[in-house]
Structures are given as structure tokens and as C-alpha cells.
Design a protein around this ligand. Structure first.
Ligand code: C2E
Ligand code: CA
Ligand code: CA
Ligand code: CA
Length: 280
């Protein structure tokens, strides 16, 4: 039994070491990716329902790895969070997204908004100088309402003083706040009221299963009614079919995002899509 235990142990450490090495390699690569312009911000349009007009877009990070090809953010965001790199990466995404928002507000619609994901780690205090998102907006003479910050339900639940202060600073500057992946975490309605949230984004997993037999229709309906009573707008994520879109329109959902409308695209592709005008 002892030997089996030891064998198991050595097998375990070998694979652990590999994993640790792999992860370390990825973190090193990620750090240089930021410096070497291998990261790119893509934008996925968010359409108004029922018109289908594009009113906003979500900034989504992409990594073109020289050997591994396109690496999914689901893979590298957790590494960026663990290593603390998420602060610098997130600041860079924000600057890119805000410049894109400025361009589209000038060239397409003055009320166009770009939404930016901000993970709970990005709300934590950091050792280096905090890059001021609000100061950056000011330096570009851009209205805070050009930006929507997407946060998760969990952030509100155990919001520390610093997090609360930052959310209130956003609000005071006119930056809007959306709860991302709504329904997958521990939703607390009282927090949504307390923090003066603007949008709820219904998680893709609920939209996937919309059918009269599933309980997800009842769930989505309840979320939409509740959100509207609280004065919030609702965005449905991951809309892939016309049936899903039509159901959401009938249920009174305000906005939708998904492959049915558009895949995430580069900033210049979005500009061409919206204005027909090619910058380059
Ligand atoms: P998310 O914030 O929930 O973003 C929506 C994800 O759904 C995106 O995946 C998008 O490409 C995908 N999606 C959109 N429409 C559809 C659809 O119709 N069907 C399906 N199957 N998927 C759809 P993506 O770009 O791979 O991003 C994954 C996650 O990585 C994001 O989930 C977000 O949590 C995180 N992420 C991405 N960019 C950033 C960033 O700049 N900062 C932070 N902190 N997190 C980011
Ligand atoms: Ca999001
Ligand atoms: Ca989401
Ligand atoms: Ca998600």
C-alpha cells in the first residue's frame, strides 16, 4: 500500500510539475504578448430589440500566440488573474476600448457605448500605481457614459470598501455598470438596488435552452420583469437562433448579443460595419 501510495504520489507530482511548467511558460508568454502586440481587442455588437440596430459593443480580448495560435480568453484570463498581469492587461484593454468608443461616437452615433469586462481581481488593491480609468476618460474628453463596465454578481456579494468606492466613482462619472453572466452566481437583488446597476446580462446558458419545455423560459421572463421593475435594462447573451430572438422580443428583452447577429470582430471591421468607412 505504501508503494502504491508513493507511486501515485510521484505520478501526481510529475503531472503537477508539467502543469506548473506549462502555466509558468504561458505567464511568461503572456507578459511578452502584452509588450509585443500579440494581444488584440475584438468587439461584438450588441443590438437593440426589436429593431436590431447596433447600439453598443463588448470588448473581448484575443491572444494570437506565435506557436499556439489563437488562445481563448477562458484559458488565459485565469492565468492573468493569478499572476497579477490582469491589471496591466485590463488597463490596456480599457485604453483600446475607450479609443474605439471615442471613434465610433464621432463617426457613427454620439451615444454609442463600449462595454469592458472587469474581473473581481481587477478591483483589488495593487502594489504598483493604479492606472486611473476615469482620468483616462477625462484626458480624452470623453463622457463616462461612453463606457459600460461588466462585473460579476460575486463582486457585489463580498464587495470590500475599495470595491464599493470604485463602483460609486464610476457611477458618479456617468460610467454604466452591467452584471455579467446573470443567473449563474448568487444573485442578490438588494445589492443590485444598492449599487444602482444599469444592465443585467442574462447568461448564455439560459438562452441556449429556451424552449417551452425548459424552465429557462420562466426564469428569463422573471429576470426581465424584475429588472424592468427595478429600472434596469436587460441584455441577452449568446443569441444564436431566430427563435431565441423572437422569444426575447416577445418577452420584452431590451438588447441582444450573439452569433445570430455578429461574431466578435476587430475594431476596424466594426467601424466598417457601422459606417462603411475604412480607416486604414
Ligand atoms: P463573457 O464576458 O461572458 O463574454 C461573452 C463570451 O461569449 C465571449 O467569449 C463571446 O465570444 C461568446 N459569445 C458571444 N456570442 C456567442 C454565441 O452566440 N454563442 C456562443 N457559444 N458564444 C458566444 P470569449 O470572447 O471567448 O470570452 C470568454 C470570457 O473571457 C468572457 O466571457 C470574459 O469573462 C472573459 N474576457 C474576455 N475579454 C476579457 C477582458 O478584456 N477582461 C476580462 N477581465 N475578462 C475578459
Ligand atoms: Ca462580459
Ligand atoms: Ca457574459
Ligand atoms: Ca461568461
Amino acid at each position: 500500500a505504501k508503494e502504491t501510495g508513493r507511486n501515485c504520489y510521484s505520478f501526481f507530482t510529475a503531472s503537477m510539475q508539467q502543469t506548473a511548467q506549462f502555466r509558468l511558460g504561458m505567464v511568461t508568454d503572456l507578459r511578452s504578448a502584452l509588450a509585443n502586440r500579440q494581444l488584440e481587442v475584438y468587439y461584438q455588437p450588441i443590438v437593440e430589440l426589436p429593431s436590431g440596430a447596433i447600439r453598443k459593443a463588448e470588448a473581448l480580448l484575443r491572444w494570437r500566440h506565435p506557436q499556439r495560435g489563437m488562445v481563448s480568453p477562458a484559458q488565459f484570463i485565469p492565468l492573468a488573474e493569478e499572476s497579477g498581469l490582469i491589471h496591466d492587461i485590463g488597463d490596456w484593454v480599457f485604453r483600446e476600448a475607450v479609443q474605439q468608443a471615442k471613434l465610433l461616437r464621432e463617426q457613427y452615433r454620439p451615444d454609442f457605448q463600449i462595454s469592458v469586462n472587469k474581473s473581481p481581481v481587477q478591483f483589488r488593491p495593487r502594489s504598483d500605481v493604479d492606472f486611473g480609468w476615469l482620468n483616462y476618460l477625462k484626458s480624452l474628453e470623453l463622457d463616462g457614459a461612453a463606457v459600460v463596465v461588466e462585473i460579476t454578481e460575486g463582486l457585489l456579494l463580498d464587495a470590500q470598501t475599495l470595491t464599493k468606492a470604485r463602483l460609486l466613482d464610476f457611477r458618479d462619472a456617468g460610467v454604466q455598470v452591467a452584471i455579467d453572466d446573470f443567473g449563474t452566481g448568487y444573485s442578490s437583488l438588494s445589492y443590485i438596488k444598492k449599487f444602482d446597476i444599469d444592465y443585467i446580462k442574462i447568461d448564455r446558458s439560459f438562452i441556449n435552452n429556451l424552449s417551452p419545455e425548459s424552465q429557462d423560459e420562466a426564469l428569463c421572463e422573471a429576470i426581465i420583469v424584475m429588472a424592468h421593475k427595478l429600472g434596469l435594462k436587460v441584455v441577452a447573451e449568446g443569441v444564436e437562433t431566430e427563435q431565441q430572438r423572437d422569444w426575447l422580443i416577445a418577452a420584452g428583452c431590451d438588447y441582444a448579443q450573439g452569433y445570430l447577429f455578429n461574431q466578435p470582430m476587430t475594431g476596424s471591421e466594426l467601424l466598417v460595419l457601422l459606417t462603411g468607412f475604412d480607416q486604414d
